[in-house]
Design a protein around this ligand. Structure first.
Ligand SMILES: CC(C)(COP(=O)(O)OP(=O)(O)OC[C@H]1O[C@@H](n2cnc3c(N)ncnc32)[C@H](O)[C@@H]1OP(=O)(O)O)[C@@H](O)C(=O)NCCC(=O)NCCS
Ligand SMILES: [Zn+2]
Length: 224
């Protein structure tokens, strides 16, 4: 059939997440995907685990954007700048699709990435069995969040639930890490799962918690 597709609502943005090993298996040869700059950054990491997490996250953001845009992941170039120095780090963007928002995150053994028609931020944290660090919680949470975190069955998990929301809002450019404790974010599990027009898509498993922040609807696929 030929002709122009009827104009409908834009398809939702896409987030992908999974264990590093599963993502690397799905990505194929990461050297065909990443830039020399990214491969150099990976090569400078001392721990093999950190290198794999970095490579997987930077590959996954191409797989994600490629699926959203309907083009091969190999055809997309990720560039990064922080606005403060000349090092190739900071918020990622796509050279070939500057209007498409992309974001990535890596934690020990897990990675996440997101691509959307507007700004998007993603974060993931592993539940490592450590107890809640009260000082970190006080620095990051407001009074209402602190009360909810301390009353939770698993305070560390409850804290990380709020933390990944805040980091995804930082990555989208809606908040700063310094101002995290002043964000009047809804407590995880209470409605609405949004803040100041940003939708918060919470996800997780026994081992990880994550969040995606975007203005638009997002769908999430877990790999592995
Ligand atoms: C954004 C930030 C909170 C995420 O850090 P993190 O929890 O350690 O790591 P995550 O795995 O969750 O996310 C890291 C990814 O976020 C992206 N990122 C970094 N800074 C970002 C920013 N300002 N906005 C959006 N995304 C950003 C990068 O892709 C980075 O991955 P990479 O280093 O492999 O390229 C942290 O990088 C930060 O505080 N940045 C602001 C301060 C800064 O830029 N300092 C250096 C200036 S010289
Ligand atoms: Zn910098």
């Amino acid at each position: 059939m030929t002709g122009t597709a009827p104009a409908g609502p834009a398809p939702p943005g896409l987030a992908l997440a999974g264990p590093t090993a599963a993502v690397l298996a799905a990505a194929g040869d990461v050297r065909e995907l990443l830039t020399g700059t990214e491969l150099d950054r990976a090569g400078a990491l001392r721990s093999a685990g950190d290198r794999e997490d970095f490579l997987a996250a930077h590959a996954l953001v191409r797989l994600c954007a490629g699926r959203l845009l309907g083009r091969p992941a190999q055809s997309l170039t990720v560039v990064q700048s922080c606005g403060s120095c000349d090092r190739p780090h900071g918020r990622p963007r796509l050279l070939e699709a500057p209007g498409t928002g992309v974001s990535l995150a890596h934690t020990r053994g897990w990675v996440a990435a997101a691509a959307a028609h507007g700004p998007v931020g993603v974060d993931v944290e592993t539940l490592d069995g450590h107890p809640l660090d009260q000082r970190v919680a006080e620095a990051v949470c407001n009074e209402e969040e602190l009360a909810a975190v301390r009353a939770a069955e698993d305070p560390r998990r409850a804290f990380l639930r709020q933390w990944v929301r805040k980091e995804s809002l930082v990555k989208v450019g809606a908040a700063t890490l310094d101002g995290a404790a002043r964000l009047d974010l809804p407590v995880y599990g209470q409605r609405p799962a949004s803040w100041s027009g940003w939708r918060l898509l919470d996800w997780g498993s026994d081992r990880v918690v994550g969040c995606v922040a975007a203005r638009e609807e997002m769908r999430l696929r877990l790999l592995g």
